[in-house]
Write a protein that binds this ligand. Structure first.
Ligand SMILES: C[S@@+](CC[C@H](N)C(=O)[O-])C[C@H]1O[C@@H](n2cnc3c(N)ncnc32)[C@H](O)[C@@H]1O
Length: 285
């Protein structure tokens, strides 16, 4: 799934089966900071739906794969005994850890690792030891077939897997400001940004079919909201989706910001539509 736009959220090398220590996915350094600062968390209703679907209690363990800066792991943690947040990028984990500490959340173990470590986690934690495995906006980096096949025995009866897509990219919205942004990004990168980062219907359907084929009973949650972005959040959101080596040097950023501001200004307000889509696969005993 190679992107036309060099966005960090699109695998530019295959993550599947690689050792996490050899991964350089572009989420390090300043991108981790930008991600933490500018990217959306999830509506509380989504966390509630996950808790309800898998009957999570204070006795449960949850694994959040591709946890990033803790968008899912941290709000789930108060509902359960402990969460293991797994991500190959130590800088993302460092932000996750300090943000969780700031919120007084102390029951998350932040681990460097990847989807290919799931079998190891299964031997470490034991079969039927986990109430839920969650994956927020990260499955497109993973080998979902192997993951769905491996995860079943790790889950306790009634537990399950939640796969979430958090809205659609800023450059693919159906609005005049987003169309203007697409044109501007095309000029900048010399190629049109088309990648949906796994949020499109066809990819969701693929995940759903694969979950079903691996013995999960699947339901879907759709939560829609809209939110107005100020220009700084819009630009920060774009920078947070670039691999760190494609971020413009700091001295060029004022000029870039001025150009983009002028291009987008006629299309204000920048209202982002955020369709949150979650597949909830319950392990059928
Ligand atoms: C777009 S971020 C999503 C972060 C967070 N879960 C969220 O919902 O916003 C994708 C994350 O997946 C991580 N990632 C990439 N490949 C991975 C893999 N093979 N296994 C686990 N995580 C991976 C990246 O380091 C990054 O932190």
């Amino acid at each position: 799934m190679l992107s036309d736009l060099p966005v960090a959220e699109t695998p530019q090398i295959s993550g599947a089966g690689r050792h996490s220590e050899t991964m350089d996915l572009g989420f390090g350094g300043e991108v981790a900071e930008l991600y933490h600062r500018y990217r959306r968390g999830y509506p509380p209703e989504l966390i509630g739906a996950c808790v309800d679907a898998f009957s999570l209690t204070g006795d449960d363990l949850v694994i959040d794969l591709g946890c990033g800066t803790g968008q899912l792991a941290t709000p789930i943690a108060p509902q359960v005994r402990a969460v293991v947040g797994v991500d190959p990028e130590p800088d993302m984990l460092a932000h996750a850890r300090s943000a969780a500490q700031d919120q007084g959340v102390a029951n998350v173990a932040w681990m460097v690792g990847s989807d290919s470590d799931l079998l190891l986690l299964r031997s470490l934690l034991g079969e039927q030891s986990v109430g839920a495995v969650t994956i927020g906006q990260a499955l497109h980096w993973m080998d979902h077939e192997s993951l769905f096949a491996a995860v079943g025995p790790l889950l306790r009866p009634g537990g399950g897997i939640m796969v979430v897509a958090n809205g659609i990219p800023l450059w693919l919205q159906d609005s005049d400001w987003s169309r203007a942004l697409r044109d501007w990004l095309s000029d900048w990168f010399g190629t049109r940004p088309t990648d949906s980062c796994g949020t499109d219907d066809a990819t969701q359907q693929l995940y759903r079919e694969s979950l079903t084929a691996n013995g999960f009973e699947v339901s879907k949650i759709e939560l829609d909201y809209a939110d107005e972005l100020d220009f700084d959040h819009l630009l920060g959101g774009i920078y947070s989706a670039l691999p760190v080596d494609r971020l413009p040097p700091p001295d060029e950023r004022p000029q870039i910001a001025a150009e983009l501001r002028e291009v987008l200004h006629p299309h204000r307000p920048y209202v982002e539509q955020v369709p949150v889509r979650a597949l909830l696969g319950t392990r059928v005993a």
